[in-house]
Design a protein around this ligand. Sequence first.
Ligand SMILES: Cc1cc2nc3c(=O)[nH]c(=O)nc-3n(C[C@H](O)[C@H](O)[C@H](O)COP(=O)(O)O)c2cc1C
Length: 355
Amino acid sequence: MIENRKEEHIRIAEQKEVTSGHNFWDDITLVHQAIPEVDFDNIDISTNLLGKRLQMPMIISSMTGGTQLARKINENLARAAEEFGIGMGVGSMRAAAEKKELSETFSVINSFNLPMKIANIGAPQLIDQDKKAYTMGQIEYIYNLIGATHLIVHFNFLQEMIQPEGDRNSRGVLKALKEIAGSYPVIAKETGNGFSREAALQLKDCGVKAIDVGGLGGTSFAAIEYYRAEKANDLEKMSSGKAFWNWGIPSPASIQYCQVGLPVIGSGGLRTGLDLAKAIAMGAAAGGFARNLLNDADMSSEQVEAKISQIRRDLKIAMFLTASGKLDGLPKARRIISEPLRSWMDLYGGTNGQL
Ligand SMILES: Cc1cc2nc3c(=O)[nH]c(=O)nc-3n(C[C@H](O)[C@H](O)[C@H](O)COP(=O)(O)O)c2cc1C
C-alpha cells in the first residue's frame, strides 16, 4: 500500500539516523573578508527562478502527501513557504492519481499563495512496470490538482533497487521524459544520489527546464529502505541498503557537473543558510531543503518558519562576510575545497569549484 509506505518513510526519516556518512558541504570553506564594504540591511537575496520571483533562493523539496500525517506536514510547510515567499514541492503524487480521495492531502497547499508550486512524479513510473505507466490524463490531473507552476520528475533508481516493491526497469524513461517535457515545464530531480555530467546532458536533450541535483550528503534512501527492510526482516534488502548507504555523487560536485546551460537547484544535505550560500557559490540558482524541515513540519508552521528565518539570516551573514551584496557575488567568493570533495571536482577536468 502506497499510504503505508509513505507513512513509514516519514517516521523513519524523523526518528532514525538516515543521513549519508559524510556531508560534503563541510568540504567547502568560504574565505572571510574582514572589510566587506556591504550594508547587511541592504543585502538582496531575492531572485528569479524559472520565471517566478522568490524572496530568497530556497525551495522546500518534495517530500510527502497521501496520508493525513502528510496533509498536516504539507499544510505547515506551505504556510511557512507563503510567509517567506519561497517555492515548494509536494511528494510523489502517484497516490492522488490512483485514489482521488487522497487528493486533498496534496491540494491542501492551494490555500496558500506560493510563488512556485511543484507537482511530483517518479521517472520509473513513466514507463510500464508491474503497474502501468502514468497516462497523460493522470499527469494533467495531478498538475492541475495543486495549480502547479512546474512538474518535478524524480529519479530514484537506487531506492527502487533497495525497496522490496521497487520498479526494476529504466529502459524508455528518456523517451517518455522528452514527451512530457514537451507539454509541461519539467524539473528533473534526483533524491539523494546526484546527477553526473552525462546524465545532465541527457536531461537537457530531453528538454527539461531545470535540474535539481538531489546529491549525496544528506538523506540516504538506501538508509531509509534499510530500516524498512529491517522491519520486514528482509535480510537481502537490508544488506543492499547497507552496501549502498553512501552511494552517489556529492551535492556540490553535482552542481558543477550539471552546469549545462540550465538553472540548477542545489540540494541534498543542506542544513543551514551557510550551506545554502555554499550551494549558490558552487553555481546553484537556489537551494532545496528536505529532511531538515521534516520534524519541524510535523510540529507546527511556526517551527518551520523559525528554521527558515534562521536559514535566511545565516545566508545573509555568509554573504556579508564574503563581501557579496547580491546573490551573484557568491560565485565569485574565494573558497577552499578539501578532500574528498576536491577529487570529485576534478572528475571532468573541472575548475575545482571556482566558476
Ligand atoms: C520523508 C521523505 C520523503 C521524500 N519523498 C520524496 C518524493 O516523494 N519525491 C521526491 O522527489 N523526493 C522525495 N524525497 C527526497 C527529497 O526531496 C530530497 O531530494 C532528499 O531528501 C535529499 O535532501 P535532504 O538531504 O535535504 O533531505 C523525500 C525525502 C524524505 C526525507
